[in-house]
Design a protein. Structure first.
Ligand SMILES: Nc1nc2c(ncn2[C@@H]2O[C@H](COP(=O)(O)OP(=O)(O)O)[C@@H](O)[C@H]2O)c(=O)[nH]1
Ligand SMILES: [Mg+2]
Length: 220
């Protein structure tokens, strides 16, 4: 099994997270780095989707990954083994989200020379939405088994995201998931968000998601 670096993050010293996040976002922009904050509940398919996305984009961009969790280095090892890109594990010391200061600590450990960095936030639809990490792109993932009403129950994470991915579409035949209603629920919270439904398992519609990222990265 591959070894990955694990960093224990210390609680942020900054009182004004929003100001710190704005500073970080503009620093990243000035260095032509795109940081993508990936949020979802546990098990909705963040790591699986990242592996598929990274393998599609790694010839074009220098990619790094920060995997945030309360414990274990499982996701960072999975990403390193399945993609070969630079991957580190961040431990939050029990906290259920990352803030901008913690994200900055992770970025310092990840190192230079990257132009696309994915941050897999702690699995949780509530807390990560309340703390701006300073990312340039916020992405929320909602999987088919979770149900199409989640944008109504957890509105903030959908309001704060640039893109909402509906994952595990291969499972649609087994769940009462109304795709049109889900899209409508997301649009009601955030009319500006792109909504893309995919299956990372079968590859269904992954091309649309990959193209979305290529366009976003070209806009930098
Ligand atoms: N059927 C199906 N299962 C998936 C898909 N993506 C992920 N999974 C499964 O869902 C579980 C959780 O996936 P994981 O990527 O670890 O989710 P995370 O906790 O959000 O990072 C694993 O058993 C995956 O194999 C998908 O597109 N379709
Ligand atoms: Mg994961």
């Amino acid at each position: 099994m591959q070894k990955v670096k694990t960093i224990l993050l210390s609680k942020s010293v900054f009182e004004d997270n929003d100001a710190q996040a704005e500073r970080l976002r503009s620093d990243l922009h000035n260095h032509n780095i795109c940081l993508v904050n990936v949020m979802s509940s546990p098990g909705s398919g963040k790591t699986t989707l990242l592996v598929a996305l990274i393998n599609a984009l790694k010839q074009s961009y220098n990619i790094g990954v920060m995997e945030a969790d309360i414990d274990s280095d499982r996701d960072a090892v999975t990403v390193a083994e399945k993609t070969g890109v630079r991957s580190i594990q961040l431990h939050t010391g029990g906290m259920c989200h990352l803030d901008a200061g913690m994200t900055e600590q992770g970025l310092a450990e990840l190192g230079d020379g990257l132009d696309l960095i994915f941050l897999e936030n702690v699995g949780n639809l509530v807390c990560p939405a309340e703390y701006d990490t300073g990312a340039n792109v916020n992405m929320v993932i909602l999987s088919v088994p979770e149900g199409n009403d989640k944008p109504l129950k957890y509105p903030l994470v959908f309001e704060n995201s640039d893109i909402a991915v509906i994952s595990k579409t291969d499972a649609l035949p087994y769940f009462d998931f109304d795709m049109d209603e889900c899209r409508e629920n997301i649009r009601a919270r955030n009319p500006d968000a792109s909504v893309i439904a995919v299956s990372a398992k079968t590859g269904d519609n992954m091309d649309e998601l990959i193209s979305w990222f290529r366009r976003k990265l070209n806009e930098r």
